[in-house]
Each structure stands twice: as structure tokens, then as C-alpha cells.
Design a protein around this ligand. Structure first.
Ligand code: MSP
Length: 515
């Protein structure tokens, strides 16, 4: 059943390091889905933001000799700037240091306490003094701190616990009854098998003696809220839970909560249980993507293999960067990042296929018809190319329904290949030599123009800049929202105004300026 509204969330990003392509990937996926839903005419709300509390953040700020809030104020805008440069059109940017968010966290804690789902108890863990972090026994490596490999000491402190265990059976049943709740399927199985062991209750506070950078626990001046408990609530506070019920009811439940596989347990276990305890419905889908690795390792500041998205965008452009990430891997799987592969995709798919198709069409139209689409009778659906183009709308829809933008793009690019083949077969340059073939030549160019218009419309969610360029050059407007396939089964291409050839869409890499 199609819904009128859509709510899409990205994880909120830690501000203790600069954004890299892993972060960019999550938000490019969110943006692609949001653009696609908007295209279908659905009222869509896409929220992203920054996760600003916790030990790591406090430590990083200390190293920089800064107050954590001042440090967050400095880094949080770098994410906004990256999203701007990547054409990420979010609707709201949340920061967990915002007052209203803190208020919602406190409202939820009070509610859960009143229900008896939170209780005080003693927490025992292994504490690493230099890292100022508690670890569980399982996290230790050879009995030492997994981060710095130094000695740890066993410590106990009074804390507050959330009764995860109470909801374990409910969660298992929910996941079993809703096969599409955790995607892809292999992640769902992973969670179900994890849930075979008894769940421990979650320690949701930290003693201020060790960590002061967090939301103060409503009932105790000695504790702050555990950063994950605080962070997950952003998905509710950002749309007005307990502060703007009308807005909240408009958007909740979230349609897609995009995450990386490393934060699956937080989202597929803690999160639905927190919601259940608050009597709030779970999201429709938790969609976990894989990791981008560089030379076999996950990209991270510690590994020193971070790829800066801005550097790549400067060289290849936003659309090429988006295209590579969306096209190279199926959502859920890991991807090996290499600039060589990006260059290959750029050259073969974008420059040689899409860019060249536009260039050939626009140049021939300029040469043979002074850049204006000729008025000739054409049976659009009589051409195989256009039949395939129309079928692609359904293929894109089906792929997006299965959360598979890679397949959607591959369907679109199949048509680009067919369109280039059509040019080769029809040989407009031969038709142009024979006056009697003028009508045929005009028909071929109308069909190509029509096909390009469809391709540009279909590409809007994936390659927004290039799609806009093509539509602008064709002087086609009003294609931003197309709820039903029937709405576009009319000719798009205009015969009353000329088209512009414009600059090459994807210049050869050796001709591109890299500064
Ligand atoms: N702050 C938490 C999320 C809280 S959500 C309530 C967090 N932040 S993060 O900045 O470390 O990561 C944010 C997202 O980036 C995660 O989805 C993570 O999987 C993704 N990526 C970080 N490195 C990545 C790769 N190398 N590859 C792909 N995505 C990865 O976790």
C-alpha cells in the first residue's frame, strides 16, 4: 500500500573526526531514496545530523584543548558543508546538543522509569584509565584494552539499567513476523541468531566521575545518559515526539532507517525495544549497508586510510562520485574503494555512454535541424528503443521497492547502451545525405530526444546535476514529480523551442582541471 508520507533517517555522525566516503555513502543512499519518493509525489522528510556527546568526543576535545561543545560547534558544520557539496537535500539537521532533543531524552527516561523499565544497579566493567573507557570482558583483547592494549582495572559503579531482557521474546516474535523489518536478509538472520542468547539489560548511564559530557540523567546529578541511548532518540525528537505530536504522527513510523552494518545491533535490538517500551511502533525497515574498504581494511582515522570525498568530487564531480558509490555495490555488501575503479566507471559509463549519447544527439540536431526538434509524425511506441525506455520505469520502481538503487541504475544504463546502438544502426549521417530520407532522419532524432528526456527524468534521484543539465538543455520543465507511469506517457520533447548543446557532460579525465 502506498503511503502519503515518507520518513528517512541517516545515522547521526560523530563529530570527533572529519567526514569520509563511508559517511558520504550513507547519506547519498538516504538522499537517493528521498529524491525518489519526492519524485513519486510523496511528502518526504529526510533527517540527518551529528552525534555530539560521549567519551570519544570529550577526549578529542580535551586533546584539542577545547570545550566539547565548542569543538562540536566547529566540526558539525563541516558535515553540513559536505552534504551541500554532495547535493544531499535533507529536510532537517539535528544536533544532540540541541535543547529540545535533550528535553525529549529526559521525557522518555521519565516515562520508562515510571513504567518500571529502568532500575538502578551496580555496573561492573573493565576500565582503561588512559582511554577513560569501560569495556566488557568480551571486548577485551588478551585481557587488555582493545583500543590502546594497556592494562585495564575491574571497577564497579552505581548506574541505571534499561530492561532489554523484558522485551527479548517480543522482539524475536516481531522480527519473525516481519521478514522485511531488517534488510538485507543475512543481517536479519544475524540478529535472530544473536537473540538466541539471553539479552543483558543495558546500562544507560555513566558516572560523572568518569564522563561528564552528556545529557544529565533526570533523576541524578551524578550521572549522564549513555551516548547511544541519547543518540537513537534523535529519530523521534527530530520530528517532534512529545513536543509536536502532529508532526510526529505525520511522519512516524520511519520508512527507511539507513545504517552501516557496524551499528546494526544498536538499531535492530536496542532501538525497537526502546520504541516498544515507549509504546511507539517500530520503523518499517532498518536497512544496513556494508563497509567501504581501502586495501582490504575498513576506512577509519585509526587505520589512516581515510578517503576524503571532497578531493574526489573536485576531480570527478558530484554525479560521478554518487554514481560510483551507488553503482559499484548492492546495498548491504562491502565495497572495495579504488580510484582506478572510479576512473573506469567515469570513462566507460558516464563519459563514453551517457555523455557521448547526449553529445551525438545534440550535435546532429544542431547540424541537421538547426538545434530544433523537427515537427514530424512519429510513432513513438513503434520503436523498440522507446518500448524498452518505458519498461525501464517499471524496472526502476521495482528495484527501488527492493532498496536496490544499483539495479535501478543498471536498468537505466542498459537503455543508454541501447540508445547508442540505435544511433549506430540508424546511421543518421547516412540518412542526412539523401533528401528523400529527411523525414526518417527527423524521426530518428525525435526518438533519440524523447529517449534522452526519459533518461534524464529517471536519473533525477541518482545523478541530480546531470539530469537537470539535460532537462534544461532540452527546455523541459515540470518533471520533478511523476506519481504514476501514465502521467508521462505523452511526448516530453518540445518542437517549439530549440535545444542547447551545452558543454560536454563528462569531460575526458585528461582534459579536466584538477584544481
Ligand atoms: N554516531 C553513531 C551513529 C548513531 S545513530 C543513532 C555512529 N557514527 S559514525 O560517524 O561512526 O558512523 C556513521 C555511519 O557511517 C554509520 O552508518 C557507519 O556505518 C558509516 N560508516 C563509517 N565508516 C564506514 C565505512 N568505511 N564504510 C561505509 N560506511 C561506514 O556510528
Amino acid at each position: 500500500m502506498s503511503r502519503q508520507t515518507r520518513y528517512i533517517t541517516s545515522p547521526i555522525y560523530y563529530v570527533n573526526a572529519k567526514p569520509h566516503i563511508g559517511h558520504a555513502y550513507t547519506n547519498i543512499l538516504c538522499d537517493t531514496f528521498s529524491r525518489y519518493y519526492r519524485f513519486l509525489g510523496e511528502k518526504t522528510f529526510f533527517i540527518t545530523g551529528t552525534d555530539e556527546h560521549g567519551a570519544k568526543m570529550e577526549k578529542t576535545a580535551k586533546e584539542k584543548n577545547m570545550d566539547p561543545k565548542a569543538y562540536a560547534d566547529l566540526i558539525s558544520p563541516t558535515f553540513k558543508e559536505l552534504w551541500r557539496l554532495l547535493g544531499i537535500r535533507y529536510d532537517y539537521f539535528i544536533r544532540t546538543t540541541d535543547d529540545y532533543h535533550k528535553q525529549v531524552v529526559c521525557n522518555i527516561l521519565k516515562r520508562l522509569e515510571a513504567k518500571g523499565d529502568i532500575y538502578p544497579s551496580s555496573y561492573t566493567g573493565w576500565y582503561c584509565v588512559p582511554c577513560e573507557t569501560f569495556w566488557t570482558k568480551l571486548q577485551l583483547i588478551d585481557g587488555k584494552c582493545p583500543e590502546c592494549r594497556r592494562e585495564v582495572q575491574e571497577l564497579s559503579e552505581d548506574n541505571y539499567f534499561f530492561r532489554l531482557s523484558k522485551y527479548q521474546d517480543w522482539l524475536i516474535q516481531y522480527i519473525e513476523d516481519h521478514p522485511a523489518f531488517i534488510r538485507p536478509d543475512f543481517r536479519r538472520n544475524e540478529i535472530l541468531s544473536f537473540l538466541k542468547q539471553p539479552l543483558e539489560d543495558l546500562c544507560i548511564t555513566r558516572s560523572k566521575k568518569r564522563l561528564s559530557w552528556g545529557i544529565e540523567y533526570p533523576n541524578s546529578k551524578d550521572h549522564v545518559v549513555y551516548v547511544w541511548f541519547d543518540a537513537l532518540i534523535n529519530y523521534l525528537s527530530g520530528i517532534g515526539y512529545t513536543t509536536d505530536e502532529k508532526k510526529f504522527e505525520t511522519y512516524w513510523p520511519a520508512d527507511i532507517q539507513l545504517i552501516g552494518k557496524d551499528i546494526l545491533r544498536h538499531h535492530a535490538i536496542y532501538w525497537p525495544i526502546m520504541l516498544k517500551a515507549c509504546d511507539v511502533e517500530p520503523p518499517v525497515v532498518i536497512l544496513a549497508h556494508g563497509w567501504w574498504t581501502v586495501s582490504g581494511a575498513k576506512m577509519s582515522k585509526t587505520a589512516g586510510n581515510v578517503v576524503d570525498p571532497l578531493e574526489l568530487v573536485k576531480i570527478y564531480g558530484v554525479d560521478a562520485f554518487r554514481y560510483f558509490l551507488l553503482r559499484e555495490v548492492t546495498v548491504g555488501h562491502d565495497g572495495a574503494f579504488s580510484e582506478e575503479l572510479l576512473k573506469e566507471r567515469y570513462t566507460s559509463d558516464l563519459a563514453n555512454d551517457l555523455g557521448n549519447l547526449w553529445f551525438r544527439f545534440a550535435s546532429m540536431l544542431g547540424k541537421y535541424f538547426h538545434g530544433t526538434i523537427p515537427k514530424v509524425p512519429v510513432k513513438i511506441m513503434g520503436s523498440k528503443l522507446m518500448q524498452e525506455t518505458f519498461l525501464t520505469w517499471d524496472r526502476v520502481r521495482e528495484s527501488m521497492e527492493c532498496y536496490d538503487p544499483r539495479e535501478a541504475l543498471s536498468a537505466i544504463f542498459r537503455v543508454i547502451t541501447l540508445a547508442n546502438q540505435y544511433v549506430e544502426e540508424q546511421k543518421p549521417w547516412v540518412l542526412a545525405k539523401d533528401k528523400k530520407q529527411n523525414e526518417k532522419l527527423a524521426q530518428v532524432l525525435v526518438i533519440l530526444g524523447e529517449c534522452l528526456a526519459h533518461l534524464a527524468v529517471l536519473l533525477q534521484s541518482f545523478l541530480p546535476d546531470s539530469s537537470k543539465k539535460i532537462l534544461d538543455r532540452l527546455k523541459i520543465t515540470g518533471m520533478e514529480i511523476i506519481p504514476h507511469k501514465e502521467d508521462f506517457e505523452k511526448r516530453m520533447i518540445r518542437t517549439d523551442t530549440g535545444i542547447e548543446r551545452g558543454e560536454v557532460l563528462f569531460p575526458r579525465l585528461d582534459e579536466k582541471k584538477t584544481d
